[in-house]
Design a protein around this ligand. Sequence first.
Ligand code: FAD
Length: 534
Amino acid sequence: MDAVVIGAGHNGLVAANVLAEHGWRVLVLEEQPAPGGAVKSGELTEPGFTSDLFSSFYPLAAASPALDAMELERFGVRWRRAPLAVAHPQPDGRCASLSLDLGETASSLERFAAGDGERWRSFYGIWEQAGSPFMDALLRPFPPLRGSARLAAALGPRGLLRFTRFALLPVRRMAEERFRGEGAAWLLAGNALHADLTPDSAGGGLFGWVLCGLGQQHGFPVPEGGAGRLIDALVARLRAHGGELVCGAPVSQVIVRGGRAVGVRLHDGSDVSAARGVLATTLAPTLFHELVGDQHLPRDFVADLDHFQLDNGTLKVDWSLDAPISWIAEDAHRAGTLHVADGIDALTRTTAQLTRGMIPDEPFLVMGQYASVDPTRMPAGREVAWAYTHLPQRVRGDAGPDGLTGAWDERETEAFVARIEAQIERRAPGFRSLIRRRHVFTPAAFEAANRNLRGGALNGGTAQVHQQVVFRPVPGLARPATPLRGLWLAGASAHPGGGVHGAAGFNAARAVLHAWRLGAVERAVRQAPLASAR
Ligand SMILES: Cc1cc2nc3c(=O)[nH]c(=O)nc-3n(C[C@H](O)[C@H](O)[C@H](O)COP(=O)(O)OP(=O)(O)OC[C@H]3O[C@@H](n4cnc5c(N)ncnc54)[C@H](O)[C@@H]3O)c2cc1C
């Protein structure tokens, strides 16, 4: 093989596609029986009801140059969008809504404070001005010369400075500076907390702004028929370009010879050689400590890796329901994604519990429902829904009354699922009576389904500023190259991190191609005098 890719998540498949379309012989090796990583769908609860097992909505994909280049639509993906990207409903019927229609979002926020509608329009103006160059800078290879130049041109020198300050704001402060009512704070904070940020962490506002900007512009799209359609398309495209995929093939070792990665060893003892490069989409610590071995790596790199921080754990419940959820808040019926939390103070309270290692007593939920977005996923009149919440990686206690320890045996799982369902029931009375079947992913179940989801970490490592850009996965240059020649990091542990955008895989593949071309030029130059001497 020219290249071996470890892991058939979307990043691995994007990387393999890029190499295959350049004529390389590429083999993707996937440990699990099916490709997809954290992008999979199937009949999780009962026949006829399609659930997304992990990731579900794809605003980052909508803005991603990497996935754009994959021409997913040509390979069968049809996007569907709910009229409201996100709703944040409350038990008293109030609801903050992020609509694809700017006027509707503005009206929703105006109900929280006079003038907030207009304030949203001007807040969204920042996105219209800076959003595209910012996403360019974020998702294209580092250093982001083109994106930064575009950002500077759009904002000017003082504007750039103001934007840098804006980007560092905690989400609570961003909402306080820009709005008077609670609604906008709910939208921004709810979006920021998809990652392991708190309302008070530096840079959290930027996450909220990005997801709200994307939601306002593109909605939160989902592939018709389930998340797995994205993977079907990537696999079909890969095969069309001659790339190969083998599932049920765990890689246990990166083979190092002469200070260079030259192939991989599979769990069954067989070797696959990779003449030009090995691209890995595993968690960074797994790759370096377990598959490569510290003896092949610089000491300071290994020491830095010991400071790598996982993101919070996750517990997710999927339901098949007899009917769409009976939300009190009207708007919530038209949203694909929902945030369930009392408000920004409640989010600070919950995230403080997580920081202290406590299992939250009132978990914050990110939730999805599909009847109004993609009715192909369930029988007529029924509903498919899910909710996930964050958990501490190391549980020290339970902030609730059930004495949970993080063992997640049957009793603990049932008690915690009851907490989750109670949060929804307060906003949609009768929710529980709609439940036909449920499926629960505990942190251990996540890890068994995909070893990258260690302890239920869904982001490939924390999304906090100290592990972003040049600090991801360790202080360096935010590039996919690793200290071991011939080995490249191509998954969510690499810049630009978690989420379904394919940038980590795409950028790694481009870097490998570039390095190979440079190497070819060097080899040609080295051989030239010999040739002329002959
Ligand atoms: C519950 C959940 C909800 C999420 N929601 C969203 C969302 O709505 N929108 C969004 O954009 N993002 C979401 N994310 C995040 C997003 O799904 C991930 O960041 C992204 O899918 C990571 O892609 P990847 O290709 O880098 O890694 P993965 O998808 O983890 O793929 C890596 C693959 O490598 C395989 N592998 C690992 N080790 C080996 C080995 N030694 N040998 C062979 N194979 C190996 C794994 O089995 C896996 O298939 C969510 C994640 C989770 C878990």
